[in-house]
Design a protein around this ligand. Structure first.
Ligand code: ADP
Ligand code: ZN
Length: 739
C-alpha cells in the first residue's frame, strides 16, 4: 500500500501540502519527522503532520527525502491543531512557537575530536618513561592523558599548550586514537548531587497529596487548583507528586515564571531526583535548546522545568503538569501570535494525555477560582505554614496622614517605615522594599505648561535615570541626555520638575538618611547582564546588604531567612490604570511581598504605604481576607461583563501609517459587526492604552463573549484585505484591556 503524507512547510503557505511517499521511504516515514519536498521548481523543508492511506483526488509529487528523527509527538501535533483553531492562528505560526527555531533549521549536532590513548595503565606509564628523553613533547602529551583515563577533547588538550605535531605523530603511530564525537550542549552538566529525601507531610499537605496521588494512579485527566499560602509547602507537594508520577513511569512538565526560575528554585528539584531534569529558559543558546529538545523527545529525560514555552516540551507519556504561580501574567504571550496562555495550554494538553494538572498559587487568578466554582477544577487548600513560624503582622500606613505630619508635602518613605528599617539595620536583620517603578523619577513635567517629556517614538513619558544621567523610554529603550532644563513645548527655562519616584530614588534617599546602610537594587536596569539576577540574590542571601529594593522581581518565591520586614512603598498608583485586572494584580503582588518576611524563626512585619487605606483591596490584603476580595472583585467583573464571566478578544492593528491602521480597523469593525451575532459585544476601534510604540500607531477592537469559538473561526477566515503596511494581531483571551 502506498502512503501519502501532509507536510507543513517551514515558510510561506498556511496549509499543509500532500505528497506521495516513494517505496524506498515507506518504512522511514512517520508523522513528526522532517521532510524535503518539491515545491514549484525548488525544494523546501517541512514537518510531516499526518500519514494518509488514501490517494488524494488530484495528482501529487513525491517526497524527496526524509531527514531527521521524529521531532514532534502525537499529543503535541494535536495540541498544535487545537491552538491554531482556538487562537485563530495559522498552523505554521503555531508550529514556529512549539518547535525551537533551531530545530526547524535542522541544526547539525555539535561534534568535537576526542583523544584517547591506545595503551592503558602501567603499560602507558612505562611507554611514556621510555620516550621521555628522546621525545619530551610527546611524553608531555601522554602525561596529560594519564590523568584523563576517559580521554580528553582535542580542544581541551591544546589549551595545555602541548605540541600539535606531537599529537599528530602519535595518532599516525597508533599510540593515540582520535575520534569525532557528538557533544551534548545540554545544560544538564553534572552538578554535585546531594539527594534530599521526602519530608513527612503536614495534615493539609497530606490531604492535597492524597488527592493528587489518587488522580495519578487513576490515570484520568484531572485539574487541581492548589491554593496554598506562602510557606504552606506547595513545593514539597509538587516534589512528592513528581516522585509518584516517575514511579508510575510518567513524564513531568513543571512551569515556573521566568523571573522565579532561579538556581535556588531549580536546585530544590535537582536535589530530589536521580532522574535527569532539563531546565529550559531564555538564557539557553540555540544549540543547547536543540540538544535538550532531542534528549527529551528520545525519552532520556523525564522531567522538564521551564518558563512559558516549556509547556511544549516533547515529553513522552506526559502524566503530570504543574504550573506554579498559575496567576502569573508572564504565562501569556501577548506580542506575537498565537497569543497563548501556557496555564490554559497546560490544562488542554493534560486533557489530551490524561494527565494530572496542578495549578498552584498563594493568590489564584479569578479565572481559576471560577473554574473551581464551575466544578471544572478540584480545589485544594493549604492555610497553615509547613513549619510553624511567626506570621508577619501586616499594617497599612496612611500616606495622607504622613504627609500632614511631615508638613513637607510629598513623602516617599514614611516615618514608621524608616524607624522600622532602622531597627532592622541595628540588629542585622534584613529588609525588602517593593516599588512598581524602576528608575529615579517616572517623568519630568513642565510646571508652566504641564507638558510631560515623552518619547518621540512612543506614547509614553520618559523616566529619569540619575545614575546614567538619561531620560529613558521603558517601552522602546530610547534614551535622551538629562536633565533637560528647557521645556520643549513652551520654551520656559527651569520649569521642569520630576514626578513619581522610582527604585533608584528610594535607594539614594535611604543612603542620605542612613549613611551606613548597605543596599542592593533589583530591577530591569540592574539585571541587564546574564547572571546579574542570581548574583544580586546570592549577595543578599549572604547578608552583604541590609535592604533589597526592587520591582516585581523581588516579590517572587524567594526565601531569605533573615528578612523580617517587607514593605510596599508605592503600588496603589496602579489602581489608576484603566484595566480590569489592575486590582487583582495589585492584590497578588502585595500578598507576595508580605509573604517575603518572617519566613524563619524571627517574627515578621509587613508594611503597606498607601493613599487609599480604605480601598477594598487594601482592606482585603491587611485582613488576609482572600474570600472577601474574591467576592467583591467577582461582583465587579460580573457587572461589567469582564473575565472570568466573559472572555475578552482583541484585534490590534499596528502601522507606521496612522491613517492606514485606523482605516483598516474601521473596515474590520464593520465586517465583524455584520457577521457576529448579538451574543458578542463589539467595541468600536480605539487607540490602544499605549497608542504608539516604536513609531507604530496602535488601534484595537475589543470583543466580549461567553465563548470565543465563533469569533476565532471568523477571525481565522475573514475576507478583509489587510494592507501590507498594517499588521493585525489577534489576541483571544486577552489578559489586559489596556496595553
Ligand atoms: P510554598 O512554596 O508554599 O511557599 P515551600 O514549599 O517553599 O512553601 O515551603 C516552605 C518551607 O517549609 C520550606 O523551607 C520547606 O522546606 C519547608 N517544608 C515544606 N513542607 C514541609 C514538611 N512537610 N516538613 C517540614 N518542612 C517542610
Ligand atoms: Zn519609546
Amino acid at each position: 500500500m502506498t502512503l501519502f503524507v501532509t507536510v507543513l512547510l517551514d515558510k510561506g503557505l498556511k496549509k499543509p501540502l500532500t505528497y506521495k511517499v516513494p517505496d524506498s521511504m515507506q518504512s522511514l516515514v512517520k508523522a513528526g519527522k522532517r521532510a524535503l519536498v518539491p515545491i514549484q521548481k525548488r525544494s523546501a523543508k517541512g514537518t510531516i503532520l499526518e500519514l494518509l492511506k488514501k490517494a488524494p483526488k488530484y495528482p501529487v509529487k513525491e517526497v524527496l527525502e526524509i531527514t531527521s528523527d521524529e521531532i514532534i509527538n502525537e499529543d503535541l501535533k494535536k495540541l498544535a491543531q487545537w491552538m491554531a483553531n482556538y487562537y485563530a492562528t495559522p498552523l505554521p505560526f503555531v508550529m514556529k512557537t512549539i518547535l525551537p527555531g533551531s530545530l526547524r533549521k535542522d541544526m547539525k549536532k555539535k561534534t568535537q575530536y576526542m583523544i584517547h590513548t591506545v595503551l592503558r595503565g602501567e603499560k602507558l606509564i612505562a611507554y611514556t618513561a621510555s620516550i621521555r628523553e628522546k621525545y619530551p613533547k610527546r611524553a608531555a602529551v601522554l602525561d596529560i592523558l594519564l590523568k584523563h583515563k576517559k580521554g580528553i577533547f582535542l580542544s581541551k588538550l591544546l589549551e595545555e599548550k602541548v605540541s600539535v605535531s606531537a599529537i599528530n605523530t602519535m595518532v599516525k603511530d597508533k599510540i593515540l586514537k582520535k575520534d569525532l564525537v557528538e557533544v551534548d550542549r545540554s545544560v544538564l552538566a553534572d552538578v554535585p548531587f546531594f539527594k534530599t529525601s521526602a519530608k513527612v507531610l503536614g495534615t493539609e499537605q497530606q490531604i492535597a497529596f492524597d488527592a493528587i496521588e489518587a488522580s495519578l494512579e487513576e490515570g484520568a485527566f484531572k485539574t487541581f487548583l492548589l491554593h496554598g499560602i506562602t510557606g504552606s509547602g506547595k513545593t514539597e507537594v509538587y516534589l512528592q507528586a513528581i516522585e509518584k508520577a516517575l514511579s508510575l513511569g510518567k513524564g513531568v512538565v513543571m512551569l515556573i515564571p521566568e523571573i522565579a526560575l532561579t538556581e535556588q528554585t531549580v536546585e530544590r528539584f535537582k536535589h530530589r531526583f536521580e532522574e535527569k531534569i532539563a531546565v529550559l529558559n531564555y538564557r539557553l543558546s540555540d544549540g543547547e535548546k536543540t540538544d535538550a529538545w532531542n534528549n527529551i523527545a528520545k525519552g532520556k529525560i523525564p522531567i522538564v522545568i521551564g518558563a512559558r514555552s516549556a509547556i511544549f516540551s516533547p515529553i513522552s507519556n506526559l502524566g503530570l503538569i504543574i504550573v506554579d504561580e498559575e496567576h502569573e501574567l508572564s504565562y501569556k504571550q501577548i506580542d506575537e501570535m498565537p497569543c497563548y496562555n501556557a496555564r490554559d495550554i497546560a490544562v488542554v494538553r493534560g486533557s489530551f494525555t490524561k494527565a494530572t494538572v496542578i495549578l498552584g498559587s498563594a493568590t489564584p487568578s479569578l479565572e481559576s477560582i471560577y473554574n473551581v466554582m464551575e466544578k471544572k477544577y478540584e480545589y485544594l487548600q493549604m492555610n497553615s505554614k509547613a513549619v510553624a513560624k511567626n506570621p508577619p503582622t501586616i499594617k497599612l500606613i496612611n500616606m495622607e496622614e504622613e504627609r500632614e505630619e511631615g508638613g513637607k508635602g510629598f513623602t516617599m518613605l514614611s516615618q514608621t517605615l524608616l524607624s522600622e528599617i532602622k531597627k532592622r539595620i541595628d540588629v542585622g536583620e534584613q529588609v525588602i522594599l517593593f516599588l512598581n517603578r524602576r528608575g529615579y523619577f517616572s517623568c519630568q513635567v513642565c510646571t508652566a505648561c504641564n507638558e510631560t517629556i515623552s518619547c518621540p517614538s512612543c506614547d509614553s513619558s520618559l523616566t529619569y535615570h540619575r545614575g546614567e544621567k538619561v531620560l529613558a523610554c521603558h517601552l522602546c529603550g530610547y534614551e535622551k541626555k538629562a536633565p533637560i532644563t528647557k521645556c520643549p513645548k513652551c520654551g520656559e527655562m527651569e520649569t521642569l520638575k520630576y514626578r513619581g519616584p522610582g527604585t533608584e530614588q528610594v535607594e539614594r534617599s535611604l543612603h542620605a538618611i542612613f549613611p551606613e546602610i548597605r543596599t542592593l537594587r533589583m530591577d530591569r536596569d540592574t539585571t541587564k547582564h546574564k547572571g546579574s539576577h542570581e548574583t544580586i540574590l546570592k549577595q543578599f542571601r549572604a547578608g552583604k546588604a541590609d535592604v533589597l529594593i526592587g520591582t516585581q522581581m523581588i516579590a517572587k518565591g524567594l526565601d531569605f531567612p533573615l528578612v523580617t520586614l517587607s514593605a510596599v512603598i508605592g503600588a496603589d498608583s496602579s489602581l489608576h490604570i484603566p484595566d480590569y485586572r489592575s486590582t487583582e494584580s495589585l492584590y497578588q503582588v502585595m500578598t507576595q511581598v508580605i509573604g517575603r518576611s518572617g519566613r524563619a524563626e524571627l517574627p515578621g512585619l509587613a508594611l503597606i504605604q498607601t493613599y487609599y487605606p480604605n480601598h477594598p483591596v487594601m482592606q482585603a490584603v491587611v485582613k488576609e481576607d482572600f474570600k472577601n476580595f474574591i467576592k467583591t472583585e467577582l461582583a465587579d467583573r460580573k457587572l461589567c461583563n469582564y473575565p472570568p464571566y466573559f472572555k475578552i478578544s482583541k484585534c490590534i492593528f499596528t502601522s507606521t501609517d496612522k491613517v492606514a491602521a485606523e482605516k483598516t480597523a474601521e473596515n474590520f469593525y464593520l465586517y465583524l459587526q455584520k457577521f457576529l451575532g448579538k451574543e458578542v459585544q463589539i467595541y468600536k476601534p480605539m487607540p490602544c492604552g499605549y497608542a504608539k510604540i516604536k513609531d507604530k500607531f496602535r488601534f484595537q477592537i475589543m470583543l466580549k463573549s461567553k465563548s470565543t469559538n465563533k469569533i476565532a473561526h471568523l477571525l481565522a477566515h475573514h475576507t478583509i484585505k489587510i494592507p501590507n503596511k498594517v499588521r493585525l494581531l489577534i489576541d483571544i483571551g486577552a489578559t489586559s484591556t489596556f496595553s
